[in-house]
Write a new protein. Sequence first.
Lengths: 147, 134
Amino acid sequence: MFGNRTNFGGSLFDEFRRLESEMDGLFGRGSWPAGIRSVAQGTYPPVNIGTTADQVDVYLFAAGLDAGSLDISLQQNLLTISGERKAPVREDADYYRKERFDGSFRRLVTLPDDVDPEQVEAKYRDGILQIHVKRQAASRPRQIEVK
Amino acid sequence: MADANVENSEMTTRDSSEAGKRESEMTLRPLVDIFEDANGINLMADMPGVSRERLNIEVDKDMLLVEGDASIDMPEGMEAVHADVRSTRYRRSFALSSELEVDGIDASLKDGVLNIHIPKRPEVRPRKIEVRVE
């Protein structure tokens, strides 16, 4: 019922927010080729991916996650994360807003081709799930000496 | 397909450029649940990455302000290949009403979820009215 938060709430500010995200779609994100596995803005949880020469880090902004429900797997360079976030509606209360996600989620993320599936670590702190993957040594940039 | 190709921008804020300035001022609006029971109003806000030390809750007259800074553990020189979240600063404010007891506000934070309880003044809490049957 509350899954689609764009349907919820009807205040003027919600309308502004909707407009803003549509503008973002028109001029911001839309102008870049979207990854085939990228999802609509507002999908829980938001994901950031950062790389350096020797590692790839995936950050899931997933507050209030039940860490025990997490299932993370990496097959070659395809990372799958699934889990559950509970934010149930309390029966004895009247709701004015229900924006927070409740339920199970599953996200697939394509990582660079040279990640090493054997070297993955994950930690959960203050509501951010960080998945740290090492890249294979052979593909790191090497300094070539000129004789 | 070498990298998860969505967008190439630096994840760190670049204060020198104009774009960087705009980015650093941009704030995230935390998603909230707000509900009311017999004792008061409860507000739950998702603020992933925010620790207790980086959280600030203020009540000024009838405005409740919630803000916080997310700390993201990133190595030096990291380049963003995809970013759903473009800022580390959360901020959202709410207008309170007079029957709420702002001195009694209670807040807790766990795993990036902020939980605020604002009690109602005792005189406005619902009382059970007994109906006498004669």
